[in-house]
Design a protein around this ligand. Structure first.
Ligand SMILES: CC(C)(COP(=O)(O)OP(=O)(O)OC[C@H]1O[C@@H](n2cnc3c(N)ncnc32)[C@H](O)[C@@H]1OP(=O)(O)O)[C@@H](O)C(=O)NCCC(=O)NCCS
Length: 344
């Protein structure tokens, strides 16, 4: 029997040098059944390690029969559908959860998160930026940036327009998977590798980076930066911000607990516990001095916001009279608007 961390059979795009630009894995597997892993390994001559193996027609036949014999009708059907593909095909077999060393490996890991097979921080993504190429995402699929001018000219000469939607290392998630029970108003704002939990609504202003996301249900009208995870029943108000750790945000991993409300244009540079509210427009950084008030509004102590990291039932606001940032016990934790979520 063969033990694998993950397995993906995919179809992708390569540049004219045969280098991978992206890979679509229709049904990635986390910890595949040992019999299925062995069937794939035997059919492809895989022995060990993390490998991306190109699939040709002969390998597809062997793979389909081996998968059927191993009782995996679903994966066998995918392999059969690969026959006659106009695009390159690949099998990514990952023996261990290590830093991704190839484009198929990196894409498989992003798929695992967006398919909700692993949570953000649940798989090693170290060095992913260096592994993935920057790509022009167009109406004709992924295009190598060095080849873009030629492709643009060719399209024009054919009387067509090569429409470049974006230039990025990460494509939009919904072109790879639409997880069940979500609404996403503006699909370009959710990158592949986002984890969008069931019952999540992401409005136009909302954004979700890779290795980040929501447990669901939730209402997201603000930014969920890389590495940030938002608990159930939380509401991120319009234009609010969660600080990422990628660009100068420090190394505290930001998270939002259950049933929190980040007000419109608010922001956090500390993790929040459950049932916390941040007043609209207030940005709390880790070093923000906070006056902790008791029920009568009397000062109990003055602390840095990082000392309150992860604590539950807090209300943060900026005193509109004296400008001090204050923290009180949150008496009116939010309940998500039932009406808004009825149609998820
Ligand atoms: C911080 C917040 C939650 C407080 O709301 P609340 O708990 O309902 O509090 P209230 O507005 O009823 O105010 C209670 C009291 O505190 C006072 N108060 C409220 N905010 C204050 C502030 N920043 N500074 C000083 N006093 C303040 C009120 O004037 C009121 O005083 P009173 O008792 O004398 O009447 C709210 O202002 C807020 O920012 N909500 C976020 C909403 C949002 O952005 N949603 C997302 C939309 S996309």
């Amino acid at each position: 029997m063969t033990d694998l961390f993950a397995l993906g059979l995919g179809v992708g795009t390569q540049n004219s040098k045969g280098e991978w630009l992206e890979v679509f894995f229709p049904q990635p597997l986390l910890n595949p059944a040992p019999a299925v892993a062995k069937a794939v390994a035997d059919a492809l001559g895989y022995e060990a390690g993390n490998q991306a193996i190109a699939l040709d027609s002969a390998k597809l036949d062997a793979l389909a029969s081996a998968l059927e014999a191993a009782g995996s009708a679903e994966q066998a059907a995918i392999v059969k559908s690969f026959q006659g593909s106009k695009r390159p095909l690949v099998a990514a077999l990952l023996a261990e959860d290590a830093a991704p060393s190839s484009v198929p490996e990196g894409y498989l890991k992003l798929h695992l998160i967006s398919h909700r097979l692993v949570k953000p921080h649940g798989t090693v993504l170290d060095g992913l930026f260096g592994t993935l190429p920057n790509v022009a995402w167009t109406n004709q699929g992924a295009v190598d940036l060095a080849e873009l001018p030629g492709r643009q000219l060719q399209a024009r000469l054919n009387g067509e327009l090569l429409d470049v939607d974006c230039v990025d290392k990460f494509p939009k998630m919904t072109n790879y998977v639409v997880p069940a029970g979500v609404r996403i108003a503006h699909t370009a704002r959710v990158r592949l590798g986002a984890y969008i939990g069931e019952g999540t609504t992401i409005m136009h202003e909302g954004f979700v980076n890779f290795n980040a996301g929501t447990e669901g249900p939730g209402m997201i009208e603000g930014r969920i930066s890389a590495g940030v995870f938002v608990g159930k029943g939380s509401d991120l108000g319009g234009g609010c911000s969660t600080m990422g750790t990628l660009s100068g945000g420090g190394n505290i991993i930001i998270s939002v607990g259950d049933e929190c409300l980040l007000g419109a244009n608010a922001g956090i540079g500390i993790p929040l516990g459950d049932r916390c509210t941040v007043e609209a427009g207030l940005y709390i950084t880790a070093g923000t001095k906070v006056a902790v008030l008791d029920d009568k509004g009397e000062l109990v102590e003055s602390v840095k916001a990082r000392d309150l990291a992860g604590k539950s039932d807090l209300l943060f606001r900026r005193n509109s009279v004296n400008g001090a940032v204050e923290c009180k016990t949150n008496k009116s934790a939010i309940a998500l608007n039932e009406e808004l979520h009825a149609n998820n």
